[in-house]
Ligand binder design. Structure first.
Ligand SMILES: [Zn+2]
Length: 208
């Protein structure tokens, strides 16, 4: 079976092409990319590699419905599939999510996934019999908020500075206390309590 192309694969080919400058100083960069693609990815040329990578990305794209808008289930971007600048914008954004996913082993949920987390989380926090399960419900709600904040961080390129889920949860404890005081006390014991970072009524980590 053929290996599915990753963001790292493409980066490796680009990096290899740069190194080839020493071996083939007379060749234009495009030609060195072709050689790098052939050596590392065993494809005819860089164009072919690029085309295959587009295919990988497009597997996550739902074709346009009646309103002619395509939607990506992976990075949550909506765009006109017949509009070139949109395609470019989607690919750039999609690559950022792939990069984070490959580096952290984690991708923030899309809007639909986050809404599901929050819905299930509230259900569990309100109705689960065991305290432990209610705490898990509250953490699921928090994960929905975290993912939205982290999604923005990936889109806008500051994800490396964004707090981890554990750090973020500690920042959200003051807010959790207003909705589930007893459960929030348990969360605070495990994750800590960091007031004053995320403003009241907000769920976004303030980057700036
Ligand atoms: Zn996408």
């Amino acid at each position: 079976m053929q290996h599915t192309l990753t963001f790292a694969d493409i980066q490796n080919v680009k990096r290899h092409a740069k190194h080839l400058k020493h071996t083939y100083p007379e060749l234009p960069h495009a030609k060195r990319l072709d050689i790098a693609a052939a050596e590392l990815a065993r494809v005819r040329n860089y164009h072919e590699l690029n085309r295959q990578f587009d295919e990988v990305i497009n597997r996550d794209v739902d074709m346009p419905g009646s309103n002619s808008v395509s939607h990506c289930r992976y990075c949550d971007f909506r765009f006109a599939a017949d509009h070139k600048p949109d395609l470019k914008e989607h690919r750039d954004l999609h690559e950022r999510f792939m990069e984070v996913h490959e580096k952290l082993g984690y991708r923030p949920g899309t809007y639909a996934e986050r809404e599901r987390m929050k819905k299930d989380g509230y259900q569990q926090a309100n109705h689960a019999e065991q305290v432990e399960d209610r705490v898990a419900g509250l953490l699921m709600i928090t994960r929905g908020w975290f993912d939205r904040s982290f999604h923005d961080a990936v889109s806008d390129g500051y994800w490396a500075k964004h707090p981890s889920f554990e750090e973020y949860t500690a920042m959200m404890v003051p807010h959790l206390e207003t909705i589930y005081p007893a459960l929030a006390a348990i969360v605070a014991e495990r994750y800590g309590r960091t007031p004053g970072v995320i403003p009241k009524g907000n769920t976004y980590w303030p980057a700036r």
